[in-house]
Design a protein around this ligand. Structure first.
Ligand code: MSP
Length: 578
């Protein structure tokens, strides 16, 4: 099916849409935007949102957490933390995560694990995901489980809404189903396995498919495709851009209506269809609605317990679940009269020693055991330093060890040690020399100052674009310059002459300011290590936000007096031995 923008208007449901304020096209009228900003202004559709609402996908409880899951969570957490320190407390910020617990895949996994009941299995694996989040400082506002009754109520309400709006009908469905992906697969996306067994598999994932022929409820996906297409092309919510191209290609190839339930006789572990207990809801409809559950849907506006923040400002998804979030999810929302998310970041995957990570290959990497050796912030740092949204990253433990030793221990740790060592800084102060003469300092010192002045903007742009790796590259380049500057100045020689040597004090001023700035902007990535540095520098909690970075301290006159350094009982980052 080819879609043309001219064909769009008939697809827009009267009453569900209103003209975009400035751009002429139509956007859905949203049901819930009752939120009033701190300044008393009311948010309206299409306007800039006065909150941050970030989500991770909810994790299947068929297997234990691995570094891929942690990666998704850490990207979301870093962005959420960035929003918090960038905008301060006046702008509410939420991060949601949780576990996806229904469906055949989970039922099968529980049986295979020999659990007493599927519910027991879900409890146990869900708590492992929650532990992972806690251990790695994922600053979630809510951890949702799809087996909770609040979620079942939300999903039932959402279903009724779709039914009332005539978007769901009963029909006979025949086609392929892939349990591992919990996805219906079209004929053209099925092939035979190359292992000689001639098993039918999904072309996309390589997982086995089975033929199903049953009575189902269907969602009118095909009639919402033009709306989804329009949202993708005009609102530009999908990034990196290559994934927008993927979605457009899929839409142009066409989608049938989507089966959104399965007979109870085939699938019992799920949420029953309201008013028809012979059917159980399709797990992806159930799972996607988690984002509405945490937002307090149905949005009453008057109910003070309901947050009434909608839509999400950023949803993070891996490339394997792009179709569900980039096609089905906006279609469901638009059908229900709700605004689709503002942004979806689709990220690529981690391979291990250049192979796809999978239980059957036996190369699944456990983040918990790695963190015992490399630290939780060490692993966060590595994932965000090496992972890029647009292409797969490869995990290799030796590469990780070298990178963490080189950057956290030898570059940042070394700089901190150098300027806080008693031999160089016997009175343990942070001197602030305001009017030093730039001509008197080495070329590395000059480059460092220039780099510091530019760092803020560069890192901010990288973080807004979720290119954390790029932000960290800029930070490390600056810290490396600071180490070169220290070597030029030879503080160990200057300190022997006199601890009050003006050249020494100037060097300390510049290096402490480098540490303060970098520690503040690294908080989203390594919150605990940044806290160590900021505590050591005695920076009060209320001076750790984005607005405290600039102007640079020696220029601002703010706090421009010598300060005592804070206590420091541990090493910043201990080198990891092989
Ligand atoms: N339950 C669904 C999501 C439902 S959201 C309404 C699901 N769960 S999952 O546990 O299989 O995957 C969760 C996330 O982890 C997905 O974004 C997925 O892309 C990501 N990853 C799984 N393996 C990964 C890698 N090897 N590398 C990076 N991310 C990976 O899908």
């Amino acid at each position: 099916m080819k879609l043309h923008l001219e064909g769009l208007s008939s697809a827009f449901r009267i009453g569900g849409w209103r003209p975009h304020r400035t751009r002429g096209f139509r956007v859905p009228v949203i049901a819930c935007r009752k939120y009033t900003t701190g300044s008393g202004r009311e948010s309206t559709s299409g306007s800039k949102l006065d909150y941050s609402f970030v989500t991770t996908p909810i994790f299947y409880v068929n297997s234990r957490p691995h570094i891929g899951h942690l990666y998704t969570s850490v990207i979301a957490d870093a962005y959420h933390r960035f929003q918090k320190i960038r905008h301060g407390e006046s702008r509410p910020a939420f991060l949601y995560t949780g576990t996806d617990e229904h469906g055949m895949k989970i039922e099968k996994a529980a049986k295979a694990a020999g659990c007493k009941s599927v519910a027991d299995h879900c409890d146990s694996v869900s708590s492992e995901f929650r532990d992972m989040c806690d251990r790695f400082s994922i600053d979630y506002s809510d951890f949702i489980r799809t087996t909770e009754s609040r979620h079942k109520d939300t999903v039932s309400h959402f279903w009724r809404e779709l039914k009332n709006k005539d978007c769901i009908y009963k029909s006979h469905y025949e086609g392929w189903y892939c349990v591992s992906d919990e996805a219906f697969v079209t004929d053209s996306n099925v092939t035979e396995s190359s292992d000689g067994k001639k098993t039918k598999i999904s072309v996309e994932s390589g997982h086995p498919v089975e033929w199903t022929s049953e009575e189902n409820y269907m969602f009118k996906l095909s009639s919402y495709l033009p709306d989804v297409f329009h949202w993708i092309k005009t609102e530009k919510p999908i990034f990196p851009e290559k994934f927008e191209g993927t979605l457009v290609r899929w839409i142009e190839e066409g989608f049938q209506d989507l089966s959104v339930s399965r007979p109870h006789s085939r699938l019992s572990w799920g949420i029953p269809v309201p008013d028809d207990p012979s059917q159980v809801m399709y797990v992806w409809l159930d799972a996607l609605v988690n984002y509405l559950t945490v937002a307090g849907y149905p949005f009453s506006g008057s109910n003070s317990s309901s947050l009434n923040f909608w839509p999400p400002t950023l949803q993070i998804v891996g490339k394997d679940i792009l179709k569900f979030h980039g096609i089905y999810w906006p279609a469901f929302l638009i059908a229900a009269g709700l605004e689709p998310p503002r942004k979806i970041l689709c990220h690529c995957h981690w391979t291990v020693d250049n192979k796809k990570m999978s239980k059957s290959v036996g190369n699944v990497v456990d983040p918990i055991s790695l963190s015992e050796k490399y630290g939780t912030d060490g692993l966060r740092y590595f994932l965000l330093r090496e992972g890029t949204p647009h292409s797969d990253a490869n995990f290799n433990e030796e590469k990780m060890r070298r990178l963490l030793n080189a950057e956290l221990a030898d570059t940042l740790g070394n700089l901190l040690n150098r300027c806080t060592a008693k031999a160089i800084n016997p009175s343990q102060i942070w001197p602030v020399v305001e009017n030093f003469d730039e001509n008197q300092i080495s070329i590395h010192g000059k480059n460092l100052i220039k780099s510091l002045e530019e760092l803020f903007d560069k890192v901010e742009t990288s973080y807004y674009g979720l290119n954390f790796y790029r932000g960290l590259e800029h930070i490390m380049a600056t810290v490396r310059l600071a180490n070169l500057f220290v070597e030029d100045e030879k503080p160990w020689v200057l300190a022997k002459q006199s601890p009050q040597n003006p050249r020494l004090l100037t060097m300390l001023t510049i290096v402490f300011e480098t540490l303060r700035t970098t520690a503040i902007i690294m908080q989203p990535v390594v919150p605990n290590l940044s806290t160590l540095v900021l505590d050591r520098l005695s920076i009060p909690n209320e001076e750790r936000s984005w607005s405290n970075i600039q102007p640079l301290l020696w220029n601002s006159g703010r706090n421009a007096s010598n300060k005592d350094l804070g206590n420091f009982k541990s090493i910043f980052y201990a080198r990891v031995k092989q």
